[in-house]
Design a protein around this ligand. Structure first.
Ligand code: FMN
Length: 519
């Protein structure tokens, strides 16, 4: 990692949205060149995943909070199918004049789906040890390597003497999202991975499987293992699933270079060099850097109480308890396209916030620590006056910063999208980037964006679990900071999410796996 350069800050500054930057952008969408949203390897057979697999049946809110003991240890192909489906599987197919859209279990900026999932596992019942790519369209796995490389993952993540039975790797294909969002799309690598990770964490918890997410790994080693094309795609995160075991020496296998042939996704691609510069300058180059990364984040600074009125989080009332299982919640989830400009009660907002702020097992900090602060605009929440708020996590209360009716402002801050003026509340997940980069270096940028992505995913899921709707949003960076200042004066916005009551009845998605599977 090149230190003390702050290339991540340069990237952040250069990719801020403002009214001016949006108005003067000359970028247009070349629909004929829209990237195909599935990675297709030429000439490699598909190992079908089973059609019949268990669905996450635990209470959605419990699974999102993951406050149960995670001790399950009997992985098999069915569990793998469940984890992959409820994180990245197809839940809706929409045919429009512009073409067919395949919507998935987790949201994705611009419905472009830049994140690919890979599996690295030892032998598990129903699946031989190997490195596989998850093909969401055909619901199967493409075997890229046929040996046990779990020790290779352990070595790249600084673990000696133990291996995890299963790793799900998240990678990003840069052009898929840059086609629409240009250089700013680098942020989406982490947003789009984060929301998928929220689904994976909840699904794993529903099945009682231990899970740990690593952002600390030797980039070149994992990218090589997965056969990624340098300068086009890179690994974002590794989810370690199951109970770690003593590694046997014989498991060490050298990973030769892979020669993979992939279908082009677009007629032509544009490269945004700032994306690759920022990513490269946040790489971990060797074991010492990986070691130094672990639990090295300085947690959020204590903020001064805002001195405004305080509202303690309230538990759900009996009639607000939703019996929604995680399965139903994920299948129902979709990004709300129109909110009714109405209210939601305070108790569900409390439940959504506390679920979204619940501990996450990330390698750069202790599970109950966080890089992310929750700010929000309450447009219409029964039980608290309209205004702007900060969530004091230590106290479990919302502190009012400004009182007032801010529907126009919440819409404006979200790039003037009426959707976010109509939302009952709009969250802005913020972080002190200087503080984060001081302790984690440039890679801290990945960490803050990714953690915000997971928390945004938890907002989505808990809103739907309680019968409401949600949609992620982009935003005018500096205008958000200004609006929440002085309290937020040192903070940068990572992600925005609106929650509220959908203005229409959306049909639920389904478990869409192809009827006939290739052999
Ligand atoms: C981090 C994030 C930001 C998003 N930003 C916007 C946005 O600014 N405006 C919008 O209408 N939808 C936004 N979306 C919603 C996506 O367009 C949506 O997830 C995608 O079309 C897939 O549809 P689905 O969520 O219904 O499955 C965002 C989603 C995420 C995860």
């Amino acid at each position: 990692m090149t230190e003390p350069s702050r290339s991540a800050l340069t990237f952040h500054e250069e990719t801020k949205h403002s009214e001016l930057s949006v108005r003067t952008s000359s970028h247009y969408l070349d629909w004929g060149n829209r990237p195909y949203p599935f990675k297709t390897y030429k000439g490699l057979p598909l190992v079908p995943l089973p059609h019949e697999f268990s669905h996450p049946s635990k209470s959605a809110l419990k699974a999102i909070r993951s406050d149960n003991q995670l001790t399950a240890d009997t992985l098999d192909l069915g569990i793998l199918a469940e984890l992959l489906f409820f994180s990245g599987g197809l839940t809706r197919i929409m045919k429009t004049r512009a073409g067919t859209y395949y919507m998935r279990a987790a949201p994705a900026t611009g419905a472009l789906y830049p994140i690919e999932l890979y599996v690295v596992c030892g032998d598990i019942p129903g699946l031989k040890a190997g490195v596989y790519h998850f093909n969401a369209l055909d619901f199967g796995l493409v075997r890229l390597r046929g040996n046990d490389f779990t020790a290779e993952v352990a070595s790249a993540t600084g673990r000696t003497g133990i291996t995890y039975p299963l790793t799900i790797a998240f990678t990003s294909i840069a052009w898929r999202n840059a086609w629409k969002y240009e250089a700013r799309s680098y942020r989406h690598w982490f947003w789009d991975s984060g929301v998928i990770a929220a689904n994976l964490l909840a699904t794993s918890s529903s099945e009682n499987f231990p899970i740990q997410i690593d952002l600390g790994f030797i980039d070149s080693q994992i990218n090589h293992l997965l056969g990624l094309e340098p300068g086009k795609e890179a690994t974002v995160a590794l989810a370690q699933i199951g109970i770690a075991r003593q590694a046997s020496e014989s498991r060490q296998t050298v990973a030769p270079r892979l020669a993979l042939d992939v279908e082009p996704m677009s007629r032509e691609e544009v490269e945004y060099s700032i994306i690759w510069k920022t990513n490269e300058e946040s790489e971990l180059l060797g074991p010492r850097e990986v070691e130094a990364w672990k639990i090295s984040a300085r947690p959020r600074a204590d903020r001064n109480p805002a001195r405004g009125p305080l509202f303690h989080l309230q538990p759900l009332k009996e009639e607000q308890h939703s019996p929604s299982t995680l399965e139903r919640t994920i299948l129902k989830r979709g990004s709300t396209r129109r909110f009714a400009p109405t209210s939601i009660p305070f108790e569900p907002l409390s439940a959504i916030t506390s679920a979204a702020a619940s501990p996450i097992p990330l390698d750069f900090q202790l599970p109950n620590e966080s890089l992310v602060d929750f700010y929000f605009i309450a447009n219409q929440v029964e039980g608290i006056p309209p205004g702007s708020y900060w969530f004091n996590q230590a106290e479990g209360s919302f502190e009012q910063l400004k009182s007032g009716r801010f529907r126009d402002i919440s819409g404006y801050l979200c790039l003037n999208q009426p959707l976010f003026a109509d939302a009952s509340a709009v969250f802005f997940l913020m972080t002190d980037l200087h503080r984060v980069l001081d302790s984690l270096g440039n890679r801290g940028y990945r960490a803050a964006q990714f953690e915000a992505g997971i928390r945004a995913g938890k907002i989505y899921l808990s809103s739907y679990a309680l019968g409401n709707g949600a949609s992620g949003s982009t935003f005018y960076d500096d205008a958000v900071t200004e609006f929440f200042s002085p309290q937020a004066k040192d903070l940068s916005t990572m992600i925005a999410v609106g929650v509220g009551v959908p203005a229409y009845r959306a049909r639920s998605g389904a478990v869409l796996v192809p009827k006939t599977q290739p052999t």
